[in-house]
Design a protein. Structure first.
Lengths: 112, 114
């Protein structure tokens, strides 16, 4: 099945640093989602993006829907220990599609 | 708040056993999903159900079956568990209405097959 290419696969940073991760695909997507999975829990939605070029913020998180509709990035500013976890991008291929395509995930580790 | 509940957080089974993973959602969602999560592979769709008694194969259905007899409940069945089915299993639900088909996840079941 189709997957999104998410990078980096893992990040080790110091508390207070900014974080950037992205997702790319050879296919055009209708919408992009970013999820976070805390250790031992299921993924939880962080940000949803609906149209090309859209830039959306949620607190210290900012995500953008690429203008080509084939990519998206997520930035986290001034990281804190509770940002630790796995971040997944997900895409909806066309309007009305019931399934999502997921990236491989970015595992974020923060050194205090 | 949407709640998706998976019946077990951890399971240990033996090779060849029949294994049932249960998932219940309380938001009257039409869609329910079973994923498998492995390091470096992300979430891979096993099966998808869009209505009671309706199901559709995902990307990796081999070795699995599902049952949806009631709208709120979606079961994943491993007919004869094998060691390569040791993994984290995630259930999700969503509604096809609205602007975006957001999926809501349960906490996961970590299955070990010995």
């Amino acid at each position: 099945g189709q997957q999104l290419n998410q990078s980096p696969q893992s990040m080790f940073i110091q508390e207070g640093e900014d974080v950037s991760m992205n997702c790319t695909s050879s296919s055009i997507f209708n919408t992009w989602l970013w999820y976070k999975q805390d250790p031992g829990e299921g993924p939880v939605l962080l940000i949803a993006l609906y149209k090309a070029g859209e830039l959306t913020s949620n607190g210290r998180l900012t995500a953008q829907f690429g203008i080509t509709r084939k990519d998206s990035f997520l930035n986290i500013s001034a990281s804190i220990p509770s940002d630790v976890g796995i971040y997944f991008c997900a895409g909806q291929l066309f309007q009305g599609a019931q399934k999502l395509v997921f990236g491989q995930g970015t595992r974020l580790t923060i050194n205090p | 708040d949407v709640k998706v509940t998976q019946s077990s957080r951890y399971l240990v089974k033996r090779t060849g056993e029949k294994v049932f993973l249960e998932c219940v959602q309380d938001m009257d969602h039409e869609n329910m999903f079973w994923y498998r999560q492995d390091p470096g592979l992300g979430l891979r769709l096993i099966y998808f159900s869009y209505d009671v008694k309706m199901k559709e194969k995902g990307d990796i259905p081999e070795g699995y079956s599902v049952s949806r007899e009631k709208k709120e409940r979606f079961s994943l069945i491993l007919e004869s568990a094998s060691t390569n089915q040791t993994s984290m299993y995630l259930c999700a639900s969503s509604s096809p209405t609205g602007r975006l088909n957001i999926q809501y996840f349960g906490a996961g079941t970590r299955l070990s097959v010995l």
